[in-house]
Design a protein around this ligand. Sequence first.
Ligand code: HEM
Length: 130
Amino acid sequence: MFIGGYISAAGLGLTCPEWPLCPNGVMPNDEYFIEWIHRTVAATTGVLILATTITAWINKSAGKKIKFTSAFASVLVVTQITLGALVIDTQLHAVLVAIHLGIGILLFAMTLLTVLFAFKIGKQIIESKA
Ligand code: HEM
């Protein structure tokens, strides 16, 4: 979100006009560096959120709350990455950029709740063993 905010405020949103990769491919390059970081962090975030959701659903100690927040975060992160493509495709359509910000905030909230529920589950397991 921090990198996205910088891209938006610095007017760098269209420095990389293609999706999912910039014209030079997977490797970073001076010209598209900030966009490259935003997309690499987004892809990494996406993989970590999906892995968290799978772990929450197969973990027997996990309750309904963490299953819901992690699954919702997964839906949001996939939507957000797809929306990123549309933001580029429509040359930064104002409504889409605003929705991109809104989904980013919701995604942050769901990720934070998932972390809090995970700590609660961890604490319960430790207390039950003590
Ligand atoms: C986890 C995934 C992502 C999150 C949380 C995220 C978050 C954000 C945020 C918070 C902003 C600032 C919006 C504003 O200030 O109004 C932003 C801007 C932007 N994002 Fe993302 N983003 C994600 C993925 C992507 C992807 C995959 C792309 C495209 C490939 C993308 C393209 C953009 C662009 C082009 C802007 C700048 C818009 C402008 O210039 O106004 N984002 N992002």
